[in-house]
Design a protein around this ligand. Structure first.
Ligand SMILES: Cc1ncc(COP(=O)(O)O)c(C=O)c1O
Length: 430
């Protein structure tokens, strides 16, 4: 029998299979976030009981080189000593006060230093909260309701941003909610210009992922983000960068530093906490002063800015102040891509490699993906087959043909070599 005939998950993962069945009785679909399910790739989810450096360890004793990176946060790798030390110490002094503390000041100062468009920030608990709050602030500050978003971009699961044509796969959101959002294609400045002309004086903000991370990793075309920024300015529309995925990841200053843009508001999450549950949004003092208790826009949170999370953020940002980490991330991702590209060329596979810094995707399509329509052509069946061939070889990717994978500072040259070898083997069967 060939590997192609064997199908999904032929390797030994009996305990994970058993836990998958049991958890599905008490947690819907066995997951607390649908991204984590194996619906798209088939087979049962794996259960992990340890994550260290670049590796994940499952219940059956299998070890994987991890390219999920917990969907973004694990930029330093798992259990980085600086993060573990800072969080353990903080835990001993009390994980929550419900009142201001020094670590909030420290993290806010570090983040503002790292990202030039920020003068003030607010900490929340997730990327979803950051985007939800930034959109409310933009609406409150402009006294307008409409928000322009870009097809295929993901901004979390709040009603306002989920209510779009491309992410309309949720019932429970009143139809009227989507009356306040308008979608335009990504990487198409003319459509944005036409849209803002059509809705002149009604649009509060444009909300964009500067690098799209949920349709196969799409870098902005050269000149696209400067054009978006200029069009927004000309039309008196606030520009919100959703850097939940790209913040600290593609550069210390995020995608805005990489592409030289100054958005009005920026959202963060994921890598900022290094593994602690975090979100943040920020912008000019003038805009941020519209938030209560200074201004009239409400946003709150029992756990927002809690010491444990702030300690994780401070440790992460301080560690990332060493430029050599970004050099390492760049070199290892370049090593991975050079190795993979050589194998792809040998076999002439319809597979595109896309990346910005250490955020990357192996995209099963004939041509590079530039927008949502292109991303619809990604061959998810072929990806699913490839996915399981990689699992069997000890490589863990996001279980999705379109979501961004991530490399961490803990990945070694040997890890990358092993990954290329595993992919080359898998390529023979797809
Ligand atoms: C660009 C972007 N924005 C927002 C979010 C939502 O963040 P969270 O899952 O922390 O709520 C995500 C999560 O994947 C994201 O990738």
């Amino acid at each position: 029998m060939t590997e192609t005939q064997l199908g999904f998950s032929t390797f030994y993962a009996e305990r994970s299979a058993d836990f998958s069945k049991r958890i599905a009785e008490v947690i819907p679909g066995g997951v607390d976030s649908p991204f984590r399910s194996f619906n798209e790739v088939g087979g049962h989810t794996l259960f992990f009981n340890r994550a260290l450096g670049s590796k994940l360890y499952d219940l059956d004793g299998n070890v994987y080189i991890d390219y999920l990176g917990a969907w973004g946060p694990a930029i330093l790798g798992h259990c980085h000593p600086a993060l573990v030390h800072a969080c353990s110490q903080t835990l001993l002094s009390g994980p929550i006060f419900g009142a201001p503390h020094e670590l909030e000041l420290e993290l806010a100062t570090l983040l503002i230093e790292a990202v030039p468009s920020l003068e003030m920030v607010r900490f929340v608990n997730s990327g979803t909260e950051a985007v939800m709050s930034a959109v409310r602030l933009a609406r409150g500050a402009s006294s307008r309701n409409l928000v322009v978003m870009f097809e295929g971009c993901y901004h979390g699961h709040s009603d306002a941003v989920l209510a779009s044509r491309t992410h309309s796969s949720s019932s429970g959101i009143p139809k009227e909610t989507s009356n306040n959002t308008i979608l335009v294609p990504y990487n198409d400045a003319e459509s944005l210009e036409a849209c803002l002309r059509q809705y002149s004086g009604q649009v509060a903000a444009c909300l964009i992922e500067p690098v799209a991370g949920s349709m196969g990793v799409i870098p902005p075309d050269p000149g696209y983000l400067p054009a978006v920024s200029q069009i927004c300015r000309q039309n008196d529309v606030l520009l919100i960068f959703d850097e939940v995925l790209t913040g600290l990841r593609v550069a210390r200053g995020g995608a805005q530093a990489l592409y030289g843009i100054k958005p009005d508001l920026t959202c963060f999450g994921k890598a900022l906490g290094g593994g602690m549950a975090i979100g943040a949004y920020g912008g000019s003092k003038e805009l941020m002063s519209r938030l209560q208790p200074l201004g009239d826009v409400y946003q709150a949170g029992t756990f927002s800015g809690n010491p444990l999370t702030m300690a994780g953020g401070v440790a992460t940002l301080k560690t990332l102040s060493d430029k050599r980490i970004y050099d390492w991330l760049e070199e290892r991702t370049a090593q991975l891509f050079a190795g993979l590209q050589a194998e792809i060329n040998k076999k002439n596979l319809p597979l595109q490699l896309a990346r910005v810094g250490s955020m990357f995707a192996l995209v099963f399509s004939e041509k590079p993906v530039r927008n949502f329509i292109d991303s619809q052509k990604i061959d998810s069946k072929r990806f699913a087959h490839f996915y399981h061939l990689l699992l069997e070889r000890g490589i863990y990717f996001p279980p999705s043909a379109v979501d961004a994978a991530a490399l961490s500072a803990a990945h070694s040259e040997a890890d990358v070599e092993e990954t290329v070898r595993a992919c080359a083997e898998a390529f023979a069967f797809i």
